[in-house]
Design a protein around this ligand. Structure first.
Ligand SMILES: Cc1cc2nc3c(=O)[nH]c(=O)nc-3n(C[C@H](O)[C@H](O)[C@H](O)COP(=O)(O)O)c2cc1C
Length: 228
């Protein structure tokens, strides 16, 4: 495809105008920036609906960028990501009920299966609720294994911008009761994240606990009106 087909004439001249004002270093930097944006594009766009490069970002000054960032920062404060790791569906069901409670309280919620969640997005999150069961003899369910391993290794994760809570599902007849939930809490803390409350360790009667527990857990996140 030629550049005539890719860009409208006014877009081409706008690009040429911007590029012609740049020196060699700026052009080299821009080349790297654009190839990183291309590599990153499919995963990021699956995660966030915003385009990689804001329309006009190349042509606007810093005043424009600041104006663009303010609403994003404001809305992020009311965002919650719920990550569930489940084998037989109990943690997923709990995660969906937590989602309903959080949305009822005005939070904007994303629910993600750990199995499909890319660990590198964690550093972009500000508030995370982990809902995870324990299987085997104190092992994570298969769906949570990869994330568990990555966080246990811990390399390259700075989670100091993250606040979190954990709901751990298990069975107290097992020796390692709710171990995976405690593991996640320990990994997050070690990587600099802020724990909002003690791990909520739920036994086989977990469904009886949820009506009281979920409002309390959701109230611990910013953006949820306490007691609302
Ligand atoms: C084979 C098997 C092993 C389990 N091992 C543990 C364990 O080590 N510790 C624990 O607290 N619960 C254990 N459990 C209980 C589960 O964590 C519990 O049933 C939980 O509600 C399952 O949630 P899920 O459907 O989201 O996976 C085990 C359950 C099964 C079936």
């Amino acid at each position: 495809m030629s550049d005539n087909q890719l860009f409208k004439p006014e877009e081409r001249s706008e690009l040429q105008r911007v590029l012609s004002r740049m020196n060699r270093e700026q052009l080299l930097w821009l080349g790297g920036y654009i190839s990183a944006a291309i590599d990153f594009a499919p995963a990021v766009q699956e995660h966030y609906s915003d385009p990689i490069i804001e329309p006009g970002a190349l042509t606007q000054g810093s005043e424009h960028s600041e104006r663009q960032e303010a609403p994003a920062a404001e809305s992020k404060a009311r965002c919650l990501t719920i990550l569930f790791g489940s084998h037989s569906g109990n943690s997923e069901k709990t995660a969906r009920l937590a989602q309903k409670e959080a949305e009822r309280k005005g939070l904007s919620v994303k629910v993600k299966n750990m199995e499909e969640y890319n660990a590198r997005f964690l550093k972009e999150e500000e508030q995370v609720l982990v809902v995870v069961s324990t299987h085997g003899e104190g092992e994570p369910p298969l769906a949570a294994q990869e994330l568990h391993e990555k966080l246990a290794a811990g390399r390259g994760f700075d989670l100091s911008g993250l606040s979190f809570a954990v709901i751990a599902l298990g069975d107290s007849s097992y020796k390692h009761f709710c171990k995976t939930g405690h593991d996640f809490a320990d990994f997050f803390k070690r990587l600099g994240a802020k724990s909002l409350r003690e791990v909520a360790a739920l036994d086989t009667d977990f469904e009886n606990e949820l009506p009281d527990l979920l409002p309390a857990v959701i109230d611990s996140f910013a953006g949820a009106p306490a007691g609302g």
